[in-house]
Design a protein around this ligand. Structure first.
Ligand SMILES: Nc1ncnc2c1ncn2[C@@H]1O[C@H](COP(=O)(O)OP(=O)(O)O)[C@@H](O)[C@H]1O
Ligand SMILES: [Mg+2]
Length: 437
């Protein structure tokens, strides 16, 4: 966090530093070249003036000429040396030499009225130009260096401000434990990446919370489900040992004890199946199987129970192959057909149908039973979940059948859906990926 803002600050400062340096350097070069060109032009101009002046004055006496030259050079800060053809010096400015520091030189020829020519070295100082460059550098020093510091500071504050929500999210996330999983991290008001991050994080917490809730409820529900048969067992055994009974009565008690034990055994074994599915320890086969015989088997198993309540079970559709585990699929079908019969009405109907589409294989188990209220539908596949109607029916299930069906279906790459209308009927649909022929 802190290093991120430091890195952003550094990045911001270096980018503005580079931009500033490039800008300053090119401005400097540009100004310097401009000044050099101006200086050259001025040198040319002044030398031309000097030549004119020399020619104009060269008619007079030597003394007059020298006086003129001296006063001309004195006003323009220029310096010159004039030599005759034989090399002797006619005139030399005080202190003139060929390398005066800061002077720019030009060599040329002077012509007197008499026709005589002279060689001249002419020089002007670049003091003014150097002064301008110095001021430019001073300006750089005064503005660019502090400017760089200010831009780093701005970068730092921008980075800090941009990252503040991240810090808040981090702090809040740190506080969330198993005990306060219902808390959420604050959503920043801006709708940017950090907002998305916080939202995604909260959605993850939603899922975690639901999973943890499920686990918590699972233990409580399991204990609750097992307590009733255990209490029944205990009561029956107590009465059996307390009073004298006939052998027939003992047999009765033992049979009912066996029933309770069977019920508990089923709950425990279902829970065990689910736990092994959760831990992915339940290895499912994946081979090509046809769903129709398995569906027929389920119909066969529940036909007697159906007949007792005059319920018809119909089977539609031809063969439907999928890639799967026959015993897992058989178990899914058993549960669904059992429910369709169990939660049906007297004289009702159960329709089992198979459909093979290009992109899926669908199995549906539809009944004309009591139906399910919409508010139960989202929770229907939870462990131990039963609707109130189902509870009051005393049909004996523990509410694990659909949880197992869902777990197996998903492990086989499919999904399970339910549609229901209260008092009209319910349809469970399994959708499996198709298998190539
Ligand atoms: N075909 C159906 N019609 C109406 N309700 C159903 C149907 N299938 C399942 N349910 C509801 O879903 C609950 C969970 O089903 P399930 O997991 O098989 O548990 P169980 O059959 O042991 O009660 C049932 O208790 C019942 O309330
Ligand atoms: Mg069931």
């Amino acid at each position: 966090m802190r290093s991120t803002s430091a890195r952003l600050t550094l990045l911001f400062a270096s980018i503005s530093g580079i931009l500033l340096a490039v800008f300053a350097a090119s401005l400097y070069v540009w100004v310097e070249q401009g000044l050099a060109a101006t200086l050259e032009r001025e040198l040319g101009l002044q030398f031309a003036l000097f030549q004119e002046r020399f020619t104009a004055e060269s008619g007079g006496t030597g003394e007059e000429l020298l006086g003129e030259l001296r006063s001309f050079l004195g006003t323009s800060a220029a310096a010159a040396e004039i030599r005759r053809k034989d090399g002797t010096v006619l005139y030399r400015s005080p202190g003139f030499s060929e390398q005066l520091p800061g002077y720019h030189y030009r060599r040329g020829r002077l012509r007197a009225v008499s026709g005589e020519t002279f060689d001249a070295d002419f020089a002007i100082p670049d003091t003014a130009h150097r002064e301008q460059l110095r001021q430019l550098r001073l300006y750089y020093g005064l503005f660019c260096v502090p400017g760089l510091g200010i831009s780093a500071l701005i970068g730092y504050f921008l980075a800090r401000r941009a990252l503040r929500p991240v810090e808040e999210i981090r702090r809040q996330a740190e506080r969330i434990t198993r005990m306060n999983l219902s808390e959420r991290v604050p959503l920043p008001s801006s709708s940017d990446e950090i907002h998305d991050l916080a939202r995604t994080f909260n959605e993850m917490l939603d899922r975690l919370e639901a999973a943890v809730d499920d686990l918590r409820n699972l233990a409580a529900d399991a204990a609750h489900e097992l307590r009733t048969p255990l209490a029944n067992l205990r009561a029956e055994i107590d009465t059996a040992v307390q009073e004298p009974h006939s052998p027939e009565e003992h047999e009765q008690v033992l049979m009912s004890v066996a029933d309770e034990v069977a019920r508990m055994t089923r709950i425990v074994s279902d829970l065990f199946t689910l736990a092994r599915m959760d831990l992915r320890q339940h290895a499912l086969e994946k081979r090509r199987i046809d769903l129709r015989p398995l569906l027929e088997e389920a119909r066969e198993t529940w036909s007697a129970a159906a007949e007792r309540r005059r319920i018809q079970i119909l089977l539609e559709g031809a063969e439907a192959p999928i890639q799967g585990d026959p015993s897992a699929v058989a178990r899914i079908f058993m549960n669904l057909v059992e429910n369709a019969v169990k939660y049906n009405k007297e004289g009702g109907r159960v329709t089992l149908s198979l459909r093979r589409d290009p992109d899926s294989v669908r199995v549906s188990v539809a009944d004309t039973g009591i139906g399910i209220e919409p508010e139960h539908l989202p929770k229907l596949f939870r462990r131990f979940y039963r609707t109130d109607k189902a509870r009051s029916r005393e049909t004996g299930g523990a509410g694990l059948g659909l949880a197992i069906a869902k777990s197996f279906t998903e492990a086989l790459g499919g999904r399970i859906q339910v549609e229901s209308a209260p008092d009209v009927g319910t349809t469970f649909t399994l959708v499996f990926p198709p298998v190539a022929d």
